[in-house]
Design a protein around this ligand. Sequence first.
Ligand SMILES: *[C@@H]1O[C@H](CO)[C@@H](O)[C@H](O)[C@H]1NC(C)=O
Ligand SMILES: *[C@@H]1O[C@H](CO)[C@@H](O)[C@H](O)[C@H]1NC(C)=O
Ligand SMILES: *[C@@H]1O[C@H](CO)[C@@H](O)[C@H](O)[C@H]1NC(C)=O
Ligand SMILES: *[C@@H]1O[C@H](CO)[C@@H](O)[C@H](O)[C@H]1NC(C)=O
Ligand SMILES: *[C@@H]1O[C@H](CO)[C@@H](O)[C@H](O)[C@H]1NC(C)=O
Ligand SMILES: *[C@@H]1O[C@H](CO)[C@@H](O)[C@H](O)[C@H]1NC(C)=O
Ligand SMILES: *[C@@H]1O[C@H](CO)[C@@H](O)[C@H](O)[C@H]1NC(C)=O
Ligand SMILES: *[C@@H]1O[C@H](CO)[C@@H](O)[C@H](O)[C@H]1NC(C)=O
Length: 408
Amino acid sequence: MESLKDILVLAITLILTGTVPLVSGKTLANVLAAHNNTLSILNNFLAGQEELFAELATARDITVLAPSNKALNKLENNDAVMNAMASEPGMVAAFLKYHVFQGVWYTSNFTTAPSGGPSIVTTLMNDTAFTNVTGGQRVAGLPLPDNEGITFVSGNGNKAAVQKGDYNFTGGTIHIIDDVLTIPANISDTLINANLTAAQGAFSRSGLVDSINSESEITIFAPSNAGFNAVGAVVSGLDAAELASLMGYHVLKGKVLYTAMMGNQTETTSEGNEIHIRMEAGKIFVNSAMIVKSNLFANNGVVHICDNVLNPSNENASPDPAAATQQPAFSGASPTNSVPFTYGVPTPTPTSSAVVTATVTAVGGGGYGGGAPATAAAPGRTTCTMFSSLGLLVSLTLAVQLVGSSLF
Ligand SMILES: *[C@@H]1O[C@H](CO)[C@@H](O)[C@H](O)[C@H]1NC(C)=O
Ligand SMILES: *[C@@H]1O[C@H](CO)[C@@H](O)[C@H](O)[C@H]1NC(C)=O
Ligand SMILES: *[C@@H]1O[C@H](CO)[C@@H](O)[C@H](O)[C@H]1NC(C)=O
Ligand SMILES: *[C@@H]1O[C@H](CO)[C@@H](O)[C@H](O)[C@H]1NC(C)=O
Ligand SMILES: *[C@@H]1O[C@H](CO)[C@@H](O)[C@H](O)[C@H]1NC(C)=O
Ligand SMILES: *[C@@H]1O[C@H](CO)[C@@H](O)[C@H](O)[C@H]1NC(C)=O
Ligand SMILES: *[C@@H]1O[C@H](CO)[C@@H](O)[C@H](O)[C@H]1NC(C)=O
Ligand SMILES: *[C@@H]1O[C@H](CO)[C@@H](O)[C@H](O)[C@H]1NC(C)=O
């Protein structure tokens, strides 16, 4: 294996120094270098990584989002993110893997999904220190109206637009993006950052907050604060057990249901009763509530915001699809003066939505990251293992360079 590596390194070095004709002008490294005017920071991270180039040259069926200089400058100026990455090197690796999609997704592939929502793409980021969704953490991709290009949506609903796309290389395609993607936070932080403070407060008071944050594969239908306020008089007096039933009716366990997977369907909630999902008139309803914002990615699942609180005793509540907003599903509903359950819940700060967050414990021993020294790309790892995993090698190499660079 070592000799194969040496051969690859030699070959790539020769290619890069022009001593032999290009085997292919379309390696990832070459295509990135050809766009050095917008990608010089990224290219500087990659410079000198012959092993990485060799591995990338053989990679197939991936889509690389290459953050532009503008994107990486913004990241460097974000102290919260930089500090988080400095203190947790595994996060850099996860962050970079979040920028590589499984499969070749040209910009033309991002059309509106049959359900009316974005395409949901699976990334190489699957490190359980940062994500607990099967297969890898997701990114949403959608075309903007009027052919204004493609936007990717990541954690906290943060958006990154494609500056230039469809630069093909032997293993797939590259899109240059104007902002970095945000690693999804846990469900509580995702709720708070979306100003769903009543939902977070209600989960907290119901005793469900730990389970929804720690179990893998969770879907949350989170009523907006306005939705909670509309039924304030009915729900604010509930005791913890009653609130647990109510809030459990907003949770699916063992299933991450992105909108792209939805049709007219029935699901059993963690409370035990069923919800009915209905797609009509370009809208998605859960019982009679309308989903007003969808696919907020969380580290262990997904959150959809709906305009009303769901009522487990009113499973058959049905919407008026023609109406802009839906009626509360509780009879005798009336609002309270202030939004229930919000007392003591942090409100979103202007910067919090930009922060990459994750609940992490250091990845030890066999993991990557872990404060590796700045020079060796693969300290203590067998070449075989390293070469078997593109994502790992990319991120480790970049992580090591980032951590070793003056950025920190
Ligand atoms: C990209 O440009 C920078 C200067 O902005 C230069 O230092 C670097 O060598 C260039 N990298 C490539 C791959 O051309
Ligand atoms: C992208 O579109 C092409 C052409 O329609 C199709 O063959 C390919 O499977 C699509 N790729 C993905 C990832 O959906
Ligand atoms: C992450 O993906 C890699 C490459 O596909 C795979 O080898 C590894 O087992 C995955 N890890 C988890 C936790 O799913
Ligand atoms: C994912 O699940 C594992 C095992 O339960 C846990 O140790 C880890 O902290 C979880 N990761 C996240 C990001 O919640
Ligand atoms: C990359 O390949 C796709 C699919 O074949 C094609 O549509 C696109 O035009 C190519 N991009 C460039 C810049 O040639
Ligand atoms: C959050 O919701 C409250 C109502 O509960 C509203 O007063 C406030 O303006 C919202 N904040 C943001 C940042 O949207
Ligand atoms: C879902 O059901 C509604 C009401 O029965 C119907 O109008 C609509 O066409 C169905 N949508 C899909 C995608 O099947
Ligand atoms: C969610 O993540 C934040 C940031 O890592 C952490 O401070 C908080 O304790 C986590 N919340 C829960 C309920 O796990």
